[in-house]
Design a protein around this ligand. Structure first.
Ligand code: NAD
Length: 258
């Protein structure tokens, strides 16, 4: 078990949640705040408002308006966290392009669209890990959780760039688990099924295509909600998962069995 994970959690321990301003990421921010962490919400939109909402509810949080693909944004926000005197404990790589994507056949996806999805969904978490891991290692260790998807496990039509990006996130989780194990850092992934997040509810095309298909494929035939994912991330940030790394936890109501 790594040192950081074995310590008592309190608001001097920071977990960064990317894309934490809304949807699934915001559910993670809420749960990790309830777990006693100081939560650093990193998002291109709404980070400060979401952090303020947590503060008003009595939790410890800060918001950073930042793009996960920009190295200078990471340098600035990590400098702020380190200089605050709080110890960085973990990173949840949740920010991604998904809810805003249109359905397309594989012939329609342009090079520009492919590169944009890959940049945010794969380079973003990779860059975040490059920036955060040395600080975690200096603190004695920590936990990184990458939000993947069940789409690469099943093969899903209509978003080939997205599905490939999430397959890469699972592969990245495995290779970075190997890279970082000796530094006391565990790296795991959570693969959600189709989840009625705020962003998804704004995209009627996604809801119409996937909601009933997703529900009917599950052993537990109901909609998946952001709160269904909170426990997995809480566990992966806790000492209880301290000797677990490189794994992908599927949380989808039993549609896909590993
Ligand atoms: N909703 C689903 O059905 C579903 C299923 C499987 C996996 N996921 C994954 O869960 C995660 C969250 O999904 P969601 O439905 O809540 O998505 P969402 O689009 O509603 O939220 C994504 C958040 O990330 C932020 N973001 C996007 N690009 C960013 C960037 N470059 N830098 C910083 N922040 C950025 C957005 O502003 C937004 O707040 C994603 O990784 C998604 O791929 C979602």
């Amino acid at each position: 078990m790594n040192q950081s994970n074995s310590e008592t959690k309190n608001s001097d321990h920071v977990v960064i949640v990317t894309g934490g301003a809304r949807g699934i990421g915001n559910a993670f921010a809420q749960r990790l705040a309830e777990d006693g962490f100081h939560v650093a919400i990193v998002d291109t939109q709404g980070a400060n408002q979401s952090a303020q909402a947590l503060q008003h509810a009595g939790f410890s949080a800060a918001g950073y308006s930042a793009n996960v693909t920009h190295a200078s944004d990471w340098d600035a926000l990590l400098k702020d966290i380190v200089s605050s005197g709080k110890a960085l404990h973990g990173l949840v790589n949740n920010a991604a392009m998904f809810a805003s994507l249109d359905m397309q056949s594989f012939e329609q996806v342009t090079r520009e669209e492919w590169m944009q999805v890959m940049e945010v969904n794969t380079y973003g978490p990779f860059l975040a890990t490059q920036k955060v891991a040395p600080i975690l290692a200096a603190n004695g260790g920590g936990s990184i959780v990458n939000i993947a998807s069940t789409s690469p496990l099943k093969g899903v039509t209509g978003m080939p760039h997205y599905v490939c990006s999430k397959g890469a996130v699972i592969a990245m989780t495995r290779t970075l688990a190997r890279e970082l194990g000796d530094r006391g850092i565990n790296v795991n992934a959570v693969a959600p099924g189709f989840t009625l997040s705020e962003g998804i509810m704004l995209n009627t095309e996604h809801v119409e295509k996937f909601r009933d298909i997703g529900k009917n494929a599950r052993a537990m035939k109901r909609d998946q909600l952001p709160r269904d994912l909170q426990g997995a991330v809480s566990f992966l940030m806790s000492p209880d998962s301290g000797f677990m790394t490189g794994q992908t936890l599927v949380v989808d109501g039993g549609a896909y069995f590993v």
